[in-house]
Ligand binder design. Structure first.
Ligand code: ZN
Length: 67
């Protein structure tokens, strides 16, 4: 799977999503703090990834990849 949501720095898929997020809010890796993209950008990838498969969980603002 072409996993665009993976952190390029550490390879995990945990991200911090703050409250009051807008499309221009920068989203950071919750593991290493690397910049992953704006929420608007990530939402596009997110929508593609969860189509047809529940590979991701939204848990209190943290997205966790299921195995
Ligand atoms: Zn990372």
């Amino acid at each position: 799977m072409n996993d665009k949501l993976d952190c390029k720095a550490c390879g995990t898929i945990q991200m911090d999503i703050p409250d009051n997020t807008t499309e221009n809010t920068p989203i950071l890796c919750s593991n290493c703090g690397a910049f992953l993209g704006t929420w608007g950008e990530l939402q596009d990838d997110f929508a593609k990834q969860i189509k047809g498969a529940s590979v991701l969980d939204l848990d209190k603002g943290t997205i966790v990849k299921k195995s």
